[in-house]
Design a binder for this molecule. Structure first.
Ligand code: DGL
Length: 260
């Protein structure tokens, strides 16, 4: 089984990281669209053009399924477009339903953090309207976190300063759960904890997305092909330095894996 996973950048490595644990025999192609990151501050029309190229790339390399490991890109593509491909396309949306199912009957509120495109998008508003029956969900755009992540500035003083100032209008003690509605935000779980307190919980779409791959390709799950991952930055095979950066990102994801 060969699975193509893509994101605007390194955020989707959080999905790859999870997928390698859940599908150890699978082969992966990871595509970071580094030429065009950040998607969250582009227009949906621009993003659709980038995605079209990436889908073509994955199909050429015979991916059995394509995972859009990016909430922003998912919010910009239509269902009809996704259905027009011969392989399953699995998208991601902020795990608001999971958060409401798990913690929605508590008194503390749920904060959905994502990029401006996702936060302004109709899909998220429809989702919140559908699942947030008690009115417990608030939204926040945190575009600069994507830039900090792309520079490898995980948990840096600058990133935390940005977070604190972006959150200055929010009563932090009101919140019990943060929905990581952008895959790049997984790198900052410890920073969120330092700001909101040690008991803040997280939900993300990583596990749900991989489970969806398992559901859609059930018969291929047990192939004993040699697993492995090819990495590309906007269509180019990554070089040694880029590979070191990717390894650093994966190590950071490993170190925050158990924070839930
Ligand atoms: N990682 C992406 C997401 O999940 C977006 C990052 C970007 O703005 O490019 O939304």
């Amino acid at each position: 089984m060969k699975i193509g996973i893509f994101d605007s950048g390194i955020g989707g490595l959080s999905v790859l990281h999870r997928a390698r644990k859940m599908l150890p025999g699978a082969q992966f192609i990871y595509y970071a669209d580094e030429k065009h990151v950040p998607y969250g501050e582009k227009t949906p029309e621009e993003i659709r053009v980038f995605i079209g190229e990436i889908f073509g790339f994955m199909i050429e390399r015979r991916a059995d399924a394509i995972v859009i490991a990016c909430n922003t890109a998912t919010s910009a593509v239509t269902r009809e477009y996704r259905n027009s491909f011969s392989v399953p396309i699995i998208g991601m949306e902020p795990a608001v339903k999971k958060a409401v199912d798990l913690y929605g009957d508590e008194d503390r509120r749920i904060l959905v953090a994502a990029t401006p495109i996702t936060i302004k998008g109709q899909k998220l508003h429809e989702l919140v309207e559908r699942v947030d029956t008690r009115g417990m969900v608030d939204l926040i755009e945190l575009p600069a976190l994507v830039r900090f992540a792309e520079k490898g500035m995980f948990e840096s003083g600058e990133a935390e300063e940005y977070l604190r100032s972006a959150l200055s209008g929010y009563e932090l003690s009101d919140y019990g759960t943060i929905v990581l509605g952008c895959t790049h935000f997984n790198y900052f779980k410890r920073s969120f904890r330092r700001i909101f307190g040690e008991d803040i919980r997280f939900t993300d779409g990583n596990e749900g997305t991989v489970k969806q791959v398992q559901r859609l390709l059930p018969d291929r799950e047990d192939t004993n092909e040699a697993g492995g991952t090819e990495f590309y930055f906007s269509g180019e095979r990554v070089g040694a330095e880029q590979r070191r950066f990717i390894d650093r990102c994966l190590a950071q994801l490993d170190s925050v894996f158990d924070i839930e």
